[in-house]
Ligand binder design. Structure first.
Ligand code: ZN
Ligand code: FE
Length: 255
């Protein structure tokens, strides 16, 4: 049976997620921007956190951990390569490792770029990928630590997940991302209608995360660096896709 997944708004524009396996009662919290909203979501449902999955070391993804653990002594899972700057980990993982929530197996995917040790967790039985600040709704994280080609490779790995995958990303940045995406592909009909949907959702204070991978492939400029329409728009017809990606990411940094 698929995991039941809650989206928990935290801080001003972060998301944490709670993934619950009904049969075993095991429950994973994915990232901990702050403890209070996660604690109340757990309490409301009578769930006990058994695992915390950390995507990367940035404070806005880990700073609520201590307070969460004080009430829920869960096992903390994070990237071995960043263990020196993550909170203390009970389980260190790397690409290809798995985590188990009840009967569900989650696969660890290394997605360096935003940070060097950034990882994503893919739960195929639940069609869920927790991507935080790698692949985001209509965007991607800023490339702080890795290189542009590294980030492009990371996004390619996520883009290659099964068609029905839902992307659980770390921030509510979709509206601003959409405004930028339109500067790259002003005539993309899927993008135009998505931007309208996002405006409507935000006007009603609805989250735009999670989002279907299929929709990201059709509308997210950072996944579309290899598309002829995008290359044309940037006058980069014969460039490497990684270079096109770098150009798009650089423009977004200045946007
Ligand atoms: Zn981050
Ligand atoms: Fe973040």
């Amino acid at each position: 049976m698929p995991l039941e997944i809650l989206t928990v708004p935290c801080l001003s524009d972060n998301y944490a997620f709670i993934a619950h396996d009904k049969q075993s009662g095991e429950t994973a919290v994915i990232d901990v921007p702050e403890a209070a909203p996660i604690l109340s979501a757990l309490q409301e449902r009578g769930w006990r956190a058994s695992h915390v999955l950390l995507t990367h070391h940035h404070a806005d993804h880990v700073q609520g951990l201590e307070d969460l653990l004080a009430d829920h002594p869960a096992k903390v899972v994070g990237a071995r390569s960043d263990a020196h700057r993550l909170p203390p980990l009970d389980i260190e993982v790397a690409e290809g490792d798995t985590v188990r929530i009840g009967e569900e197996i989650g696969h660890v995917i290394a997605v360096p770029g935003h940070t060097l040790g950034h990882i994503a967790f893919h739960f195929p039985e639940s069609d869920a990928a927790f991507t935080a600040d790698s692949l985001m709704a209509l965007g991607c994280g800023r490339v702080f630590e890795g290189t542009m080609p590294q980030m492009w490779d990371s996004l390619q790995k996520l883009a290659a997940l099964p068609d029905d995958t839902i992307i659980y990303s770390g921030h509510e940045y979709t509206k601003a991302n959409g405004a930028f995406a339109l500067t790259i592909e002003p005539d993309n009909p899927d993008l135009i209608s998505r931007v309208e949907d996002v405006a409507q959702a935000r006007a009603q204070n609805q989250p735009t995360v999670p989002s279907p991978l299929k929709l990201e492939r059709k509308t997210n400029p950072f996944l579309r660096a290899a598309e002829p329409s995008v290359r044309d728009a940037l006058n980069m017809k014969d460039a490497d896709a990684a270079d096109v990606f770098a150009e798009i990411r650089t423009r977004k940094d200045r946007f």
